[in-house]
Ligand binder design. Structure first.
Ligand code: SF4
Length: 342
């Protein structure tokens, strides 16, 4: 499987006719990819909240976070509506770097028509080895209104994408859900994938209950010291990620696919194996087996390579070895995990 960065690079190298930096959505013929058997009143899940009016209430509650921002565990308490910025360096205007049909994600998300991916700029986690640091840390991208994000969602659906894959959405959740409502009113009917680094607050995730059908979180570390060392002093990451995972699992449960093998609902976990056991892979697997389920879908990712500032840190300045990968794989098998993307 290609990493996101590898995929973006390969697309860029192919031709500007397909994809143009910094922000462009492919145009294409309208194609309705809804599963004909779906009840349009109940799937995607957001239809219930949209029809009952509760989606408006959720948007109101989420937007109030912008004025004293505690959307993520950094708790910066800045007024982003007034243009102030916290650790993520994002104000309240949605900023995105790209939107396209992605064929480099997990197979159940990609299906035959791709995952409709929207990359948001900025990030509150700021890992020193981030592959997407130009967007997440340097903030490359274009500020767009909620209306244009809604239009992007509709264009991705028109391309036939199986879902709307929101990459690094945490710091923009209020604006994204507002965009989603606009897109639903204009015909959006494919599920939302919440693609996050896992640094989330359960109270915010609760406001996404019934909106998100597919959670795609990373589980990066189990050690506060490692989280602090490699993700900009995020020593509380292991504490918050465990609570967040329990909440996501409570909402959507194990992965459910349709007859074509395309993801419909559920938790899909990513775990990037780091050199020298820095990610705490064994502890992560034991936590998941004990607190969630060995039926969870897990992608044990072995494609780590030193990027961005990783070369400044000797312990992460190399790829993982076969032995390190085998050790994690064996642990997963011993614990009874079978639903893996390897
Ligand atoms: S979303 Fe950004 S401003 Fe808000 S708490 Fe997190 S890092 Fe701070």
């Amino acid at each position: 499987m290609q990493s996101r960065r590898e995929f973006v690079r390969s697309v860029l190298m192919q031709a500007g006719t397909l994809w143009a930096f910094p922000y462009h959505v492919l145009s294409g013929k309208d194609r309705n990819m809804n599963d004909k058997k779906d009840n349009p009143n109940t799937y995607p899940s957001y239809m219930r909240l949209y029809q009952s009016g509760e989606l408006d209430e959720r948007i109101g509650k989420l937007k109030s976070y912008y004025e004293n921002c505690t959307l993520c565990p950094r708790d910066c308490r800045v007024n982003r509506v007034k243009g102030e910025t916290g650790k993520c360096e994002a104000n309240a205007s949605l900023k995105i770097s790209s939107a396209f049909a992605h064929f480099g994600e997990e197979r159940p998300l990609v299906g035959t028509k791709g995952s409709g991916t929207i990359f948001f700029s900025h990030c509150g986690l700021r890992c020193v080895y981030c592959q997407n640091y130009t967007l997440s840390i340097r903030g490359e991208g274009v500020e767009v209104g909620e209306k244009r994000v809604a239009e992007s969602m509709l264009k991705l659906q028109a391309l036939g994408c199986h879902n709307i894959n929101l990459v690094t959405p945490t710091h923009y959740v209020p604006g994204i859900v507002s965009s989603l409502k606009q897109a639903i009113s204009r015909g959006l009917r494919i599920p939302i994938v919440y693609n996050t680094g896992g640094y989330e607050k359960a109270e915010v995730l609760k406001l996404l209950d019934g909106i998100v059908d597919l959670y795609l979180p990373d589980f990066k570390y189990t050690s506060p010291e490692m989280a602090a060392a490699y993700s900009s002093e995020a020593f509380n990451y292991p504490y918050y990620v465990k609570i967040a995972f329990k909440e996501m699992y409570r909402q959507v449960g194990n992965l459910v696919k349709d007859k074509r093998g395309v993801a419909r609902k559920g938790l899909m976990i990513r775990h990037l194996i780091l050199p020298n056991r820095i990610a705490g892979s064994r502890e992560f697997l034991e936590f998941t087996a004990r607190e969630l389920s060995t039926e969870c879908y897990i992608n044990l990712m072995r494609q780590y390579r030193p990027e961005y500032r990783a070369r400044e840190f000797p312990d992460i300045n190399r790829r993982i070895t076969r032995k390190e990968y085998s050790e994690v794989l064996e642990c997963a098998h011993q614990l009874g995990f079978r639903n893996q993307d390897l």
